[in-house]
Design a protein around this ligand. Structure first.
Ligand code: HEC
Length: 325
């Protein structure tokens, strides 16, 4: 095919897309109010309702609403990020599906696109950068693209230094699927310890012998600072603490240190929201089965078969452990 013959196609496609976006925009234009548009605020509402109630089956409806809001105002960083998060959620909890289709990986590509945009619009929001890096790293893994992996790691490094209390977790969590003997996994586990030290403003024993002191200190240590949002439970992440300890316990179990894992899991019980946490039973089972889960979490994934008892990263609660109300 000669390159020139492609031009009309591209032009036609651009024209269609332009009119599609314009048509959607005029269908709902609310008179050019400053700030965020009413449709965006409505899409936000649907987003939180769907997300906090773990309504995975209705992700597509929420993607529609947030994408439509984005098309009306592509300079709205919050709408862009919400589209990115919905795609991330769908792919992250694909374990909920009987069998995830191969094309579920498209969600990662789209998440990257929208987080790229959110980062460009709001470069100071370190959460967007952390999720952008996660999407790039996932894509690099799918494509077995070393250069892309390097790019993802650099962006993650910046995200971690922008907001350690939030992105040390992110960086380690997304690497928790690596083989336990790899440097990447060891670093990821160390990042969880560091995250606790940042949140508790204290040294944390690597065998978990001062976790009770940490749990008592944390609220006072972070006070009203930005880190409170990353370290404690909040309206947006109602079970952040429990989810954090569940994942960290899983990573320690995978590392072989199931004794320390038990202490880390048990710290989740000290959280104020524990009695209302929907994944209490999972955690109690993890404590009981810690020793036998060492082999389970290290078993090689069988292509096309899903594990009956995956680590948090591969589970149907990899986002909901922290965000389910
Ligand atoms: C260990 C707990 C934890 C896990 C797991 C987790 N998050 Fe979060 N998430 C948080 C915390 C903490 C915040 C910060 C809240 C804030 O900024 O006030 C957050 C922020 C968010 C926000 C931003 C809300 C806003 O607009 O301010 C979204 C959306 C989100 N997470 C989606 C996800 C998705 C999707 C996943 C799964 C891929 C996920 N999270 C996994 C703890 C978690």
């Amino acid at each position: 095919m000669k390159p020139v013959s492609r031009f009309p196609v591209v032009t036609a496609l651009t024209a269609v897309l332009c009119c599609l976006a314009a048509g959607l925009a005029t269908a709902q234009s609310g008179g050019g109010a400053p700030g965020r548009q009413p449709a965006a605020l409505e899409a936000d509402q649907l987003f939180w309702q769907t997300f906090h109630s773990a309504d995975y089956a209705h992700i597509q409806d929420s993607i529609e609403a947030s994408t439509a809001a984005y098309l009306r105002d592509p300079n709205d960083a919050v709408s862009a990020a919400h589209v990115g998060w919905l795609h991330m959620w769908r792919v992250a909890e694909r374990h909920r599906m009987q069998q995830a289709p191969a094309s579920i990986t498209d969600d990662i590509v789209l998440a990257r696109k929208y987080f790229q945009k959110a980062v460009a619009l709001a470069p100071d929001d370190a959460r967007y950068r952390g999720f952008l890096a996660s999407a790039i790293l996932a894509e690099a893994q799918i494509d077995r693209d070393a250069a892309l992996r390097q790019q993802g790691s650099e962006i993650m490094g910046q995200a971690v230094s922008d907001w350690p209390a939030f992105n040390l977790f992110t960086a380690g969590f997304v690497a928790s699927g690596l083989p336990a003997s790899s440097d990447g996994f060891k670093q990821a586990l160390e990042q969880q310890w560091q995250n606790l030290e940042v949140c508790g403003h204290m040294k944390v024993d690597r065998h978990g012998n001062n976790l009770d002191v940490l749990a008592k200190n944390m609220e006072k240590a972070v006070g009203q600072s930005r880190d409170a949002r990353a370290c404690l439970n909040s309206a947006k992440a109602p079970h952040n603490e429990e989810g954090f300890f569940l994942n960290m316990g899983d990573m320690l179990t995978k590392s072989g240190d199931w004794q320390t894992a038990r202490k880390v899991y048990a710290t989740a019980r000290l959280s104020t929201g524990y009695a209302q946490w929907p994944y209490r039973d999972v955690l109690e089972e993890r404590i009981r089965d810690a020793e036998s889960n060492v082999a389970v979490f290290n078993a090689e994934a069988q292509p096309g078969k899903k594990s009956a008892n995956p680590m948090m990263i591969g589970s149907d609660f990899s986002c909901m452990a922290c965000h389910h109300q």
